[in-house]
Design a protein around this ligand. Structure first.
Ligand code: SF4
Length: 327
């Protein structure tokens, strides 16, 4: 089956100034990432702050350009900007941001904002738009009486439901959600994640779910890619990755996720500082924090390799075949 989205060797470099009068240094926010998203599946992308996962999410939709590499949609490159084909493709791929209040216009009612894509992309006759907005509100669990409210009159969870309803208005085939529940209370997070899972079951929409929170990702992702300083260091199905993480970084992350109804056991505490993209260590970028680091780790970047059926990892200790594509 052709992947809905296929990223090949994506690179994104930012210039960051060190101090007020310091010189600019290049930071490789995304550094040679390859991945696929199949129709109807959810790919979770996890990693600490600064791992490049949000930049990668924007690159998948062409919001941020790739300086190297490319993204294919249904096996085809992105059409030329502002053509009819480009507009149709953009309507079929939507982005959900972390902060729903910032994503919504405070001066417009919720119903007006949910219906905006129908108008922008001219997707339905005007007289049918109201019914479609009501249908979308029901699908995300918003009540009809909330249609005329403004964003500040809703709770955080309700606002995020409205953002998701708006993203679904154009019946997209792909939703990229960047930390969609991290600004919400824990009790509301579960409701929104369950709602996304139900919507996916009903619509078979594909999702890229970006989060630093592995508990949330475990509940929603079919496959997971783990990022560290701009690179994918491990990829596997969600079941396999959470049951038997292989890369030392993944093992530490997974060890901090409690099993439902069980006490946390065998937690691996990561040593050293969280990653700083402007000061990338030599060789394997994880080596200053890795309990298994050896000389080769400081000298050579480990290649992403296939280490088992459907799983990949980049680590000198884990041997396997070179991988054509990650996650
Ligand atoms: Fe640790 Fe070396 Fe593997 Fe990096 S390559 S994760 S430093 S063992």
């Amino acid at each position: 089956m052709t992947p809905l989205v296929e990223a090949r060797g994506l690179v994104r470099v930012y210039q960051i100034r060190r101090g007020l009068f310091g010189r600019s240094v290049p930071v490789r926010a995304v550094d040679g990432v390859s991945l696929t998203v199949m129709p109807g599946e959810t790919l979770g992308i996890v990693g600490e702050s600064g791992s490049g996962k949000s930049t990668l999410g924007r690159m998948l939709l062409g919001i941020d350009d790739a300086q190297e590499g490319r993204v294919l949609y249904d096996g085809q490159p992105m059409p030329a900007l502002h053509t009819g084909a480009w507009r149709a493709l953009r309507a079929s791929m939507q982005f959900v941001y972390q902060d729903p209040l910032a994503a919504l216009d405070r001066r417009l009612t919720i119903a007006a904002q949910i219906g905006e894509p129908l108008e922008i992309h001219d997707l339905l006759p005007r007289e049918q738009r109201g019914a479609r907005v009501a249908e979308l509100m029901a699908a995300v669990g918003l009540r009809p009486d909330q249609a005329g409210r403004y964003p500040h009159e809703l709770s955080g969870g309700q606002r995020q439901r409205a953002v998701i309803a708006r993203a679904l208005a154009s019946k997209p085939r792909l939703l990229v959600c960047d930390e969609p529940v991290s600004a919400l209370d824990v009790s509301i997070q579960a409701q929104v994640v369950n709602m996304l899972r139900d919507l996916q079951d009903q619509t078979r929409i594909a999702m890229v779910f970006i989060s630093h929170d592995l508990k949330v990702v475990r509940n929603i992702a079919d496959r997971v890619a783990v990022m560290y300083l701009g690179r994918i260091v491990e990829g596997a199905s969600s079941d396999v990755l959470f049951r038997s993480p292989q890369h030392p970084y993944t093992r530490a992350l997974v060890s901090s996720v409690p099993e439902p109804g069980k006490q946390l056991q065998g937690r691996v505490i990561l040593q050293g500082e969280p990653p700083n993209p402007a000061n990338r260590p030599s060789g394997c970028a994880f080596h200053p924090r890795c309990p298994l680091a050896r000389d080769v780790c400081r000298a050579e970047v480990p290649e992403l390799r296939r280490i088992g059926e459907g799983r990949t990892a980049a680590c000198h200790v884990l041997t396997g075949e070179p991988a054509l594509a990650a996650a």
